[in-house]
Write a new protein. Structure first.
Length: 261
């Protein structure tokens, strides 16, 4: 096996942040000695999440076994995931910031599941995966990420499962969504979708164009998420996708805070 040095497009502050969490967790569970230091474990996890390389390759680079690598990643993801904002907290923050609206969008996290796992097969994307719901600001910063659902779940069904409409109503917010969410809010008080069908009058066509222009910047949130290559194709259990995405969201939030400071 060949080895090489590589850069990671993350700040030193993020490494220090994750190292501190790992160090605190080790003290809490009474595990002072490990094959890697807290800082090395944090770097290993950041490499795995950002680069998306298989456990065996990441493990070899850090001089540990693939099993140890998996354990370090699983442990650190479970430390980070609870730090991602809950839905009501995220919408309350959006209201505090006086955002004119938020963006709802679903994304499929591809997995290497085989055809027998029918619930994970998305007919829309023609691929096995899991459905994640993402709420973002108008300019594309992620506010909230849902847990995972099988890839066959329609976006409207996923939004109902996660109770997104009642949460928007409580926060008094409006969300823009694509045609996949039509029927979620029949009254259109809190979720606004484009007009559907052929032969629409000019007024509806103009409304759809304006809707698309407003929604487009917010949809970069999913692109931000998948800059972390682990979410381009998940090789672990599909039901880990939500926890991994939430851990990444916590890291993104910290990166924004660190660079802003």
């Amino acid at each position: 096996m060949l080895f090489y040095r590589a850069a990671l497009p993350l700040s030193q502050a993020t490494l220090v942040f994750v190292s501190g969490l790992v160090r605190g967790h080790r003290r809490a569970v009474g595990s002072p000695w490990r094959a890697l230091s807290a800082s090395e474990q944090a770097l290993l996890v950041l490499v795995y999440l950002r680069k998306g390389e298989p456990f065996a390759e990441v493990a070899a680079g850090f001089g540990v076994s693939a099993t140890t690598c998996w354990r370090y990643v699983h442990e650190t993801v479970e430390i980070l995931a609870p730090r991602a904002p809950k839905l009501h907290t995220a919408l309350r923050e959006a209201r505090r910031r006086r955002l004119a609206y938020v963006i709802i969008d679903g994304t499929l996290i591809a997995t290497d599941r085989i055809a027998v796992d029918r619930p994970f097969y998305s007919g829309k994307h023609r691929h096995h995966g899991v459905n994640l719901q993402v709420i973002a600001t108008p300019d594309g910063d992620i506010l909230w990420i849902s847990g995972d659902l099988p890839g066959s779940t329609h976006d409207t069904a996923a939004a109902r499962i996660w109770q997104i409409l009642p949460a928007l109503a409580r926060a008094g917010l409006i969300a823009l969504a694509d045609k996949g969410y039509q029927g979620l809010d029949e009254a259109g008080n809190h979720v606004i979708t484009p007009y559907k069908g052929k032969g629409k009058p000019d007024s509806q066509k103009a409304a759809n164009r304006a809707h698309a222009q407003l929604r487009a910047p917010g949809e970069r949130a999913n692109a931000q998420l998948k800059n972390w290559r682990i979410l381009r194709k998940l090789r672990c259990c599909p039901y880990r996708a939500g926890r991994i995405a939430k851990a990444i969201h916590a890291l993104l939030n910290y990166e924004l805070t660190a660079t802003a400071g």
